[in-house]
Design a protein around this ligand. Structure first.
Ligand code: COA
Length: 183
């Protein structure tokens, strides 16, 4: 499946007669947001969280992501939330870093390799100027090939590597820092 955009709606071509829409997340999306996130937790290579989270754990997180500054976007396909992407403060409160945000993105297991991750990251990037964000950072486990390839395809560059800082029950891996100067 490939995606093409017309006035905010993404048409999915290649077999699925589906339409994807990107919009701001709301509390009612938390069950799907958490389900998608917990799929990534289970991979043990996509996020440093070791245990699944509950929707209730994420209520405050969603509230803190005020759409005017740090939005969370969801991608809906035929009305179902299948992916999300957040822009979060990098080292909250350190004011010299106020124009820098961290981007994170998670796609439902049944909807990967369809261009949805790219569409979400491109959408978030396109909103940065309006949000007052000059630099995007993505912190990626160094074993997460899919994510590093996605970032490189979209122009992010590898700015750093913190070796062996994560430990998945004895299996160590590092964190890569990817960056993009957006405006
Ligand atoms: C990483 C992830 C977000 C990619 O999203 P996606 O919607 O599948 O990605 P896209 O279809 O837009 O693919 C964009 C590019 O990423 C790369 N890519 C995506 N999945 C890949 C995979 N499994 N293996 C290798 N490269 C991959 C490819 O370069 C691809 O371009 P191509 O299709 O032209 O080859 C998705 O696999 C995912 O949600 N993984 C679990 C959560 C996660 O790792 N989040 C990121 C945390 S830092």
């Amino acid at each position: 499946m490939t995606l093409s955009q017309t006035s905010g709606t993404w048409k999915c071509a290649g077999g699925l007669a589906s339409f994807m829409k990107i919009r701001i997340a709301r509390q009612a999306d938390l069950v799907q947001i958490v389900e998608i996130y917990n799929q990534a937790v289970a991979l043990k290579s996509a996020t440093a969280d070791l245990d699944p989270v509950e929707p209730g754990d994420r209520v405050r997180w969603l509230e803190e992501h005020v759409p005017e500054k740090y939005p969370i976007y969801v991608a809906e396909v035929d009305g179902k939330v299948v992916a999300w992407c957040s822009l979060s403060p990098y080292r909250r409160g350190r004011m010299a870093l106020r124009y820098t945000a961290e981007i994170s993105y998670y796609i439902h297991g049944e909807y990967r390799r369809m261009g949805i991750g790219s569409a979400l990251v491109q959408h978030a990037t396109s909103q940065c100027e309006k949000l007052g964000i000059k630099t995007l950072l993505a912190l990626v486990l160094d074993v997460n090939v899919a994510s590093t390839k996605l970032l490189e395809k979209l122009g992010f560059a590898r700015w750093g590597h913190m070796p062996k800082i994560a430990d998945f029950e004895g299996r160590e891996c590092g964190h890569l820092v990817y960056g993009l100067r957006v405006c």
